[in-house]
Write a protein that binds this ligand. Structure first.
Ligand code: SF4
Length: 322
């Protein structure tokens, strides 16, 4: 096992000149409970090759995800569609900011090919924010879903979308393409939005998740947050209630890790027993599935979690039938 610093050092990263004017927040030493697998196994390299030869971006690389060694060694990569440049500049995120390139019309087919080659049972598709597009990229999301379905009909599909802020009808287009899981992350508690997620609105995100369920109750909904950004426990519990009031099925909670000294500082490393406590409380509030640990990320173990989520729903339905 190696430290997270070794992994981040070895993983390919995006360059971020746009963050140069942010204040410096020195990177803190990670606690002993944050340990990850080093990248570089033969399967890791195979995954890297498939991603490269299909000209794809992954959030695993662009965000410098600490789990890349583990996930890619199991051929689990999260595709990031619509380019590598985001129209927003959230204080926690390592993806570069600027004016993105036009959409690649071949991308849906290339993603579908990669999914087929990787032999994925479950795939997570995310994207940069594309506030420059009239529909926020909703139709492109739908095209990617349809292309994967055509090549790999048994693969289950999870989308992790932006908020499509002020894009009338965008959400409906993605829901109509019928992903199995619709994930949209709240990222943090509302009191942090101005500093952490300035381009977004907390209740817009809650409403978006609620709307997905209203449009298609068969789609699982999912959301996640990072902790260690200065939030209070009672705020996290309120956020859980807000998500449950929107009928959200699955909650993920993970430790925020600061990508560079130009990003938001880590206010606190949350110890593993607090993650466990959040998990226990979240289940009592009615979530079908909860993943809460220091290294939890939206797409970490997404395939295994999806299988469990489905089983939990069946169990709940059976109980309701008596
Ligand atoms: S947790 Fe998600 S983003 Fe991170 S490496 Fe795994 S699949 Fe990629």
């Amino acid at each position: 096992m190696v430290t997270i610093l070794d992994t981040v050092k070895n993983a390919p990263k995006a360059r971020h000149p746009e963050k140069a004017n942010r204040p410096d927040n020195p990177i803190q030493r990670k606690p002993e409970w944050i340990r990850v697998k080093a990248p570089g196994s033969p399967v890791y390299k195979e995954t890297q090759e498939i991603v490269k030869e299909n000209g794809l971006f992954t959030v695993c690389e662009e965000a410098g995800c600490p789990n890349i060694g583990e996930c890619w060694s199991k051929k689990h990569a999260t595709m990031m569609i619509m380019g590598d440049t985001c129209t927003r500049a959230c204080a926690f995120c390592n993806v570069k900011t600027g004016m993105p390139a036009p959409l690649d019309p071949n991308e849906p087919e290339n993603v579908a090919l990669a999914v087929e080659k990787l032999g994925l049972h479950h795939v997570v598709i995310t994207s940069v924010d594309r506030d420059d597009l009239a529909d926020g990229g909703a139709e492109h999301f739908a095209q990617v879903i349809r292309a994967i379905r055509a090549r790999s009909p048994s693969t289950t599909i999870e989308v992790l979308t932006p908020d499509f802020l002020r894009k009338e009808g965008a959400l409906e287009v993605v829901v109509a393409a019928k992903p199995d899981v619709f994930n949209h992350n709240l990222e943090t508690v509302p009191s942090n939005y101005l500093t952490v997620r300035p381009g977004a609105r907390y209740f817009h995100s809650i409403r978006l998740l609620q709307r997905v369920k209203e449009l298609d109750p068969t789609i699982f909904t999912k959301s996640g947050i990072m902790v260690g950004l200065g939030e209070e426990r009672h705020e996290v519990l309120q956020l859980m209630d807000d998500l449950r009031s929107a009928d959200v099925d699955f909650l993920t909670i993970g430790q925020y890790l600061q990508p560079t000294s130009k990003h938001h500082a880590i206010i606190r490393f949350v110890p593993p027993d607090e993650f466990k406590s959040y998990e226990t409380v979240a289940y009592t509030k009615g979530f079908l599935m909860v993943s809460s640990s220091p290294l939890t990320r939206s797409s970490h173990h997404a395939g295994e979690d999806f299988a469990q989520l489905r089983a939990n729903r069946e169990k709940k339905l059976a109980e309701a039938r008596g």
